[in-house]
Structures are given as structure tokens and as C-alpha cells.
Design a protein around this ligand. Structure first.
Ligand code: PMP
Length: 366
């Protein structure tokens, strides 16, 4: 605390990201990064972009990247917004579409979801209300069909990994539209849903004009270190996001990020293969944890949310600490309802085998 802080800064409760350890030896399964490298075409594009042109500002409209995204998802470039990671896109979306001030209706999101949502609300002074998940951590979409300031959902939800059907999402959007409110669908993990599930709202963004889908290249495109994210919605919503960005920083994406992200978007084939492997590993590790007696929440993401068997007498916190001591870093949230769960990012098969073996040893030791 400092006397020089204004009241806005004093009242912030900033987000605390997962640990980025300096020890390289740890098996890192704590921040949902992709264990496989980015496409070779991304590295090539980055090398090509690292040239004398770095003295010039990047394209503020991010045209090439937006065109690549539009081509891949079958929308118009004016329906695409890009930014410095989806965290930034989400922060802008809160600022653009939800009302600030205590006189406004609260924005709704689940009590267990991405813990950045209340932080963005706090930053912009947006009132919000959390809606409890059901006991099995599912979302009852009827709870969101109430008069509100708008809704944000993560689909699949984080950290549970449970996904909602497009029909359910469309029902909430339809209700909100009658009240001229927006639904933001954070699809950070959607590329890890079982193929054929068709869970993304993007194909319906022309009919659902009050829906904004937000994606990241950090997870399924193996580019957490590059910082690139995007939103797809109606052209009017995208213009709203641009108005916020251009009142803040016109160049949120640098030349390297623009080139690398565009190359990743164009190499869909490479990432389909990589992410198929992650889905297969997720299914295998989920079964193995269940066989050890863990309660495993059915995940459509690149992580598993699971709690140790009650008979082992080990708490989530204790298991987290025991795993860390053995060199495996997972994520534990010290929060009501989920304190006995761990969120385990899906890594390479060999690393997951080490994780499973250590889990087995810890549980048997008890
Ligand atoms: N949404 C969700 C649900 C996430 O878990 C994350 C990653 N922490 C993000 C958005 C942000 O991802 P990034 O800023 O790396 O694009």
C-alpha cells in the first residue's frame, strides 16, 4: 500500500497467475500450456519477422491475422478482433459491453469458473453476481435466464473442464437478447473437446448477434509465450472492442506476435494432430486416476479436475504439496467447494506416466 496509490488501485484485487517456476526440472502441469511445440511454420514466420522492419510500428488493424482467422472460421474479417492474449480481449470485452457502477444490474458468471472474471469486473467497477454450479459442477443454464447486466461463461468451464451444448448456450443468448444484453463465451479450451461434439458457438455468431466468442492461441496453438488471442462476433461488437483498444493502446500486438499467430492459424492440420494426442492422453489419464479411486470430473479441456479418494485421507492441498516435493507441479485452488480438487494439465505421455506413478505411491503410502 502506498499513499500515492489512487483509490482505484487501492481497491483492486489482482489475479494471481499459476506459478512459472525457474527450476526446469519440474514436470509442469499447472498452467494448461501445450506440452508440444508450436508448428514449425510458426517458428519460420517468427524468424522471418525478426528483421529491420521491427523499427516500424505493427499494423494496428492486425489485417493479415484477422483475415487468416476469418478464413479459418468462415466469417468476415470485420467480425474478428485480435489482442495480446485472450486475457486482454476479455478485459476489453468487460469494458465494452458491461455497465459500470452500483446502479446497474449485475453481470452473471458461475461461482467456480475462470478466476479472472471477478478481477476484470473489479477493474472496471462492474457489479457482478456468481451463480453456484450444481453439486456435480454442471451449469444449469436456466439460472442465467434472469434479468441481468449480461453473462460470461467459459465453455468448457475452467477449472472443471465440463462443456455445455451449443443449444444451451443459444438459449441463454436468446434470453439476453430480449433485454439487449450480451453473452461472452470464453472458448479458451474448445479445441480440446472431443472431435464431432460441435461445441463452439462461432458457427452461430451471425444468428446470435449478442454473442462474443473469445479464443486463445496459448493452449491449442502451443503459443502461451507469444501472447495472442481473438474474439469473433457481429461486426458491431468488434467495433466496440476496437473503440476500447484504441482508447488504450493501438498496438497491442507486435510484429512478431502478428506473424507467428497468423502462421499458427493457417497450419490447422499440424495442430489437429497435436491436439488429438492430448485428447487421447486425457482419456487415458482420466481412466487411470479413476482406477486409483480419484473422483474425476469429465473433461473436454486440456486438463483434468480430480480429487483424491476420501479413503486415502489426503487433502487436495496435501496431495499438491506431496506431488511438488516429488517434482510434479499441478494447480490447487484454495477456494470453497474445490479445495479437495487438483487441476492437472495434460502433458506428454511419459510425464503423465510419472505423475500417475507418484500419485499411486502417495495414495498407497497413506
Ligand atoms: N480464459 C480461460 C478460461 C483461461 O483459463 C485462460 C488462461 N489462463 C485464459 C482465458 C487466458 O489465456 P491467454 O491470456 O493466455 O490467451
Amino acid at each position: 500500500m502506498s499513499v500515492y496509490w489512487n483509490s482505484r488501485v487501492k481497491n483492486l484485487s489482482p489475479y494471481v497467475p499459476g506459478e512459472q517456476p525457474r527450476e526446469k526440472k519440474l514436470i509442469k502441469l499447472n498452467t494448461n500450456e501445450n506440452p508440444y511445440p508450436p508448428s514449425p511454420l510458426v517458428i519460420q514466420a517468427l524468424k522471418k519477422a525478426a528483421d529491420d522492419d521491427l523499427r516500424l510500428y505493427p499494423d494496428p488493424a492486425c489485417t493479415e491475422l484477422r483475415e487468416a482467422i476469418a478464413g479459418r472460421y468462415g466469417v468476415k474479417p470485420e467480425q474478428v478482433f485480435t489482442g495480446n492474449g485472450s486475457d486482454e480481449v476479455l478485459a476489453f470485452a468487460f469494458g465494452a459491453f458491461f455497465e459500470s457502477g452500483p446502479d446497474h444490474l449485475p453481470v452473471l458468471f458461475p461461482d467456480i469458473s475462470y478466476s479472472f472474471y471477478p478481477v476484470y469486473a473489479g477493474l472496471w467497477g462492474i457489479p457482478y453476481k456468481t451463480i453456484p454450479l450444481a453439486d456435480d459442477f454442471s451449469i444449469d443454464t436456466d439460472n442465467y435466464k434472469i434479468i441481468s447486466g449480461g453473462v460470461i461463461l467459459s465453455n468448457p468451464n475452467a477449472p472443471t473442464g465440463i462443456a455445455l451444448s451449443v443449444d444451451r448456450i443459444k438459449q441463454i443468448a436468446g434470453f439476453l437478447k430480449k433485454n439487449k444484453k450480451i453473452l461472452i463465451v470464453d472458448e479458451a479450451y474448445i479445441d480440446f473437446a472431443c472431435p464431432g461434439e460441435g461445441l463452439s458457438i462461432i458457427p452461430f455468431c451471425n444468428e446470435c448477434v449478442n454473442v462474443l466468442a473469445v479464443h486463445t492461441l496459448s493452449k491449442s496453438a502451443s503459443l502461451a509465450g507469444l501472447r495472442a488471442g481473438f474474439a469473433i462476433g457481429s461486426a458491431a461488437l468488434i467495433e466496440g472492442l476496437c473503440r476500447i483498444r484504441d482508447s488504450f493502446n493501438s498496438y497491442t500486438m507486435d510484429r512478431l506476435a502478428l506473424s507467428g499467430a497468423a502462421a499458427a492459424i493457417r497450419d490447422e492440420g499440424y495442430y489437429k494432430t497435436v491436439n488429438k494426442k492430448i485428447i487421447a492422453t486425457r482419456l487415458r489419464v482420466s481412466s487411470s486416476l479413476a482406477a486409483l479411486g480419484f473422483k474425476v470430473i469429465p473433461s473436454q479441456a486440456n486438463f483434468i479436475f480430480a480429487s483424491p479418494p476420501p479413503s486415502s485421507g489426503i487433502s487436495g492441498q496435501a496431495l499438491y504439496a506431496a506431488l511438488r516435493e516429488k517434482g510434479v507441479l499441478v494447480r490447487h485452488f484454495n477456494k470453497p467447494r474445490i479445495t479437495d480438487y487438483l487441476r492437472i494439465t495434460i502433458g506428454r505421455d511419459a510425464d503423465m506416466d510419472v505423475f500417475l506413478q507418484i500419485c499411486g505411491e502417495i495414495i498407497r503410502r497413506r
